[in-house]
Write a new protein. Structure first.
Length: 590
């Protein structure tokens, strides 16, 4: 009798045993899979129960195929290999040649080890034997975009004999703009605008600014919170560019005197990207701002946005309460909406009725009723919140508390058995308490309804491809609130944060700049936090109408980690740099 060959281990078993995925996550995904169908791995990634790198590692272990987490740089992949592989084929099949190994085979990255026909087809297209390795779908897609953009750029430079100049002898525009705008029909404008959006998404830009100047149109991207000039075009093309963006956003192309708002939804490199478009008349013409809303970068879990384990436990204890108010504070662009979405995603379940009123609704959340304010029909935060109370909610999210009426309704909701999540514009957590009192809310109502206040900032993460460890000065450590002797000895032990990469003991990361981060020295951002829990001492000070500084000092005495010190903890853990923390917490350093 023939011996039966052992069955390969199940992907769920590997994820639990070897990749750090919780058994409860597998159980949840199996339930979802039975309802919706699809592969278990796809369900796990889609529901954020595991990340793509964990899945890729598990598929590698299951198929006994090598796993490659970090792919070679786009400039290291031989052009003659990728020129033989059509970009549409590479994107649809998630496959990319990486280079030749020592045995003369072409190493190719694939996301699916079972796609044997794809591996064979690549071998035929390349005309060489291939050796597959497993990598995550996101990493392969990102490298496809970078690599094929490199091909296009190389061909444009080779085909261009000389730069065109305008009547004054100055450079007319970049090579890309000349190629796309040199024709008389509108197609080049369409291609240029599309490339503008695609490049912004590829470089992880949060905003595109198209600004008419005296003689040129200037395009700037905001990447990791910093604006950088990206392109220029002759002023005569501004009307065509504006018209194209307005058509895409469903706006009135004839209206140039009044501001307009619209929305664009596109699929870029396999990702759903929503774009919020705003136009405004200026002295030089209409300026356009496009905000890119990438679902994968905003709809994150609480563990993914930079909370240390101590803060994570406290936040989870707050959002699981049946009633009360959690306020997230900070300036515009500090990530408050992302934090609120992460809180809602954490508690979202079929047994909870969750309602939101936002301005605007940035993302549709499954299983949650979302309302957008509309001042034209008198649908405000306050009126929307008041109407929600008649819909038997368990949790209510209010985009912002900006006036007394909204604050009063939010407090009423919390005192009648609802959990309310909202934001307020103050520099620190303690300022949120005094802001409500300044709005005219009675101190006893503030003290009895508030559960916690979370202040936050976004700081840039170092690019780990080029960052170098350096020994910081004692003065810098003192400004961060760290003891020099303890730091240099490597004796600090702080609560862990997901994604940390500590530098060698006694050092911090210094940004350098390389091709991976566009010479910025930084890549991506994380949050630093200050969580003020409403304890008896803070409650008494609130009733006495104490100022924000007094409340803050009392909170620190009872264990609150300040914004700057949370930043210092993350400097030690390699999540950011001293310069970023001191810049973002300058007003909170006293």
């Amino acid at each position: 009798m023939l011996a039966m060959s052992p069955l390969p281990p199940l992907i769920g078993e590997i994820l639990v045993a070897r990749c750090g995925v919780a058994p409860e996550a597998i159980e949840k995904a199996l339930l979802r899979q039975r309802e919706e169908g699809g592969l278990l791995g796809e369900v796990l990634v889609r529901t954020k129960l595991c990340d793509e790198d964990q899945l890729a590692l598990a598929l590698s272990l299951q198929s006994e195929m090598p796993y490659l987490r970090d792919l070679p740089g786009a400039d290291q992949i031989p052009l003659e290999l990728i020129e033989k592989l059509p970009i549409n084929f590479a994107r649809q099949r998630l496959v990319l040649p990486l280079g030749r190994d020592g045995s003369g085979r072409v190493m190719i990255a694939v996301a699916d080890p079972d796609a044997v026909e794809v591996i064979d087809a690549v071998g035929v297209l390349l005309g060489e034997p291939v050796e597959p390795v497993i990598s995550s779908a996101a990493r392969i897609t990102d490298h496809i975009n970078k690599t094929y953009t490199r091909i296009r750029g190389t061909h444009e430079l080779e085909s261009k004999d000389s730069k065109k100049e305008d009547d004054d002898g100055e450079e007319f525009a970049s090579e890309e703009l000349v190629d796309m705008l040199d024709a008389n029909d509108e197609a080049p404008i369409i291609r240029w605008v599309n490339s503008l959006m695609f490049q912004a998404a590829r470089e992880r830009a949060s905003d595109i600014h198209i600004e008419p100047g005296e003689r040129e149109v200037v395009v700037r991207y905001r990447i990791d919170g910093v604006l950088r000039e990206q392109k220029r075009a002759p002023k005569k093309f501004m009307n065509s560019i504006a018209a194209r963006v307005k058509i895409m956003a469903g706006l009135n192309i004839a209206e140039k005197r009044l501001p307009q708002d619209g929305r664009i939804r596109r699929k870029m490199a396999g990702k759903d990207v929503d774009m919020r478009v705003a136009t405004a008349p200026t002295a030089g013409g209409e300026r356009i701002t496009i905000r890119l809303l990438d679902r994968s970068s905003v709809l994150l879990g609480l563990a993914d946005i930079g909370f240390a384990t101590d803060h994570l436990e406290l936040i989870r204890s707050i959002i699981k309460r049946p009633h009360g108010i959690l306020l997230v504070t900070g300036p515009t662009g500090s990530g408050k909406t992302t934090t609120l979405y992460a809180c809602i995603s954490e508690i979202n379940s079929p047994d909870l009725n969750i309602l939101t009123v936002e301005d605007p609704v940035e993302y549709q959340l499954e299983g949650i009723s979302q309302t957008q304010v509309n001042s034209k029909i008198d649908l405000t935060f306050a009126s929307g919140l008041r109407s929600f109370l008649r819909h038997d909610p368990d949790v209510i999210m209010v985009g912002e508390i900006r006036d007394r009426e909204t604050a009063e309704v939010a407090i009423t909701a919390s005192l009648t058995g609802h959990l309310v999540l909202s934001t307020v514009h103050t520099n620190d957590a303690a300022g949120g308490v005094t802001r409500l009192v300044d709005m005219g809310i009675e101190p006893f109502l503030v003290a009895s309804s508030l559960v916690g206040l979370l202040a936050q900032r976004l700081v840039r993460r170092p690019c780990y491809e080029c960052a170098r460890p350096v020994r910081p000065s004692e003065e810098m450590l003192r400004e961060l609130g760290l003891d020099a002797k303890t730091f240099y000895a490597g004796a600090y032990s702080f609560p862990t944060v997901k994604g940390m990469r500590p530098p060698p003991p006694g050092t911090v990361f210094e940004p350098v700049g390389c091709s991976s981060c566009n010479q910025l020295g930084y890549r991506g951002r994380t949050g630093i936090y200050e969580l003020l829990m409403i304890n008896d001492q803070v409650r008494r000070l609130t009733l006495d109408k104490a100022d924000a500084g007094t409340i803050r000092n009392a909170a620190v005495e009872t264990g609150m980690v300040s914004l700057r010190f949370d930043g210092a903890r993350k400097v030690v853990q390699g999540l950011t740099t001293p310069e970023e923390v001191m810049l973002m917490t300058a007003e909170n350093s006293d």
